[in-house]
Design a protein around this ligand. Structure first.
Ligand SMILES: [Zn+2]
Length: 255
């Protein structure tokens, strides 16, 4: 299976995700779109205006786009993800004799090894791609702070969430960004500063390429197996539901 096809339910890909090179000249900024401040944000139903000359989103949606990969994506809260994490733990436990979990967690360790190699080669003076090296450094930092099994729990929880409530994710880009976001938060990797209460931790904004590459490292390593775990669990829940319905109907049929 190619790494990109994680076979989640189809999500809409808004036009702002289209690569620039694929845009028809008819709709390019230069020929038709006005530039300058005060234009309307491109997100439908957003009344705010754009405060930069060449942006396409208002400040709020631009920030969401940078932090969460999509102007309409919001961050998954710890408490919001918690029930899915607990479910993943139960899935692991239920399958502990049937599935070689260490082999699955080893896929993460391999990805981390690749990231260490990227850093080592760059230090040895080989040419490197700056954002790829930054993404590798972020993965290495995460791995220093979080166990492989915990990374898997979190990633699989996001996949399970998307199976159960796909509408919580604005797009594939939003989904990928949240995979990185939850793992990065757990690792406290790239934490910039803390202001007062624990909820006001702020993270260094990554460039789009660094975030998508770091998310890619995680998803390539753990995406397929996370999806399989999420699918197996939703199938099991559905089967339980069917059984309960059948039992209710059987009871109702008794005269
Ligand atoms: Zn907006």
């Amino acid at each position: 299976m190619p790494p990109d096809s994680h076979n989640r339910p189809p999500v809409t890909a808004p036009d702002w995700q289209a690569p620039k090179s694929h845009r028809s000249p008819r709709v390019s900024h230069r020929s038709t779109a006005p530039t300058g401040r005060g234009r309307a944000c491109r997100v439908p139903d957003c009344d705010l205006t754009i405060s930069t000359n060449h942006g396409i989103f208002c400040n709020r949606h631009q920030m969401a786009y940078r932090r969460h990969g999509d102007p309409l994506q919001t961050g998954l809260e710890v408490a919001e993800l918690a029930p899915f994490v607990r479910t993943v733990r139960r899935v692991i436990d239920r399958n502990k004799d049937r599935v070689s979990w260490p082999a699955i967690f080893a896929r993460w360790d391999e990805a981390v090894g690749v990231c260490h190699a990227i850093e080592a080669e760059a230090r040895a003076g080989k040419t490197y791609i700056r954002w790829r090296r930054q993404a590798a450094a972020l993965i290495a930092e995460i791995a220093e702070n979080v166990e492989a099994s915990r990374v898997f729990e979190l990633v699989a929880a996001v996949y399970l969430y998307a199976e159960i409530r796909p509408e919580r994710f604005a797009s594939d880009a939003g989904f990928n960004a949240e995979v990185l976001h939850v793992v990065r938060r757990e690792a406290k990797a790239g934490r910039l500063f803390t202001v007062g209460a624990k909820s006001s931790i702020s993270y260094r904004l990554l460039s789009g390429r660094v975030s998508t590459t770091a998310a890619r490292f995680i998803i390539d390593a753990l995406g397929n197996v996370s999806l399989a775990a999420a699918r197996a669990e939703t199938k099991r829940l559905k089967a339980l539901e069917v059984k309960a319905t059948e039992q209710r109907q059987a009871i109702a049929a008794i005269e």
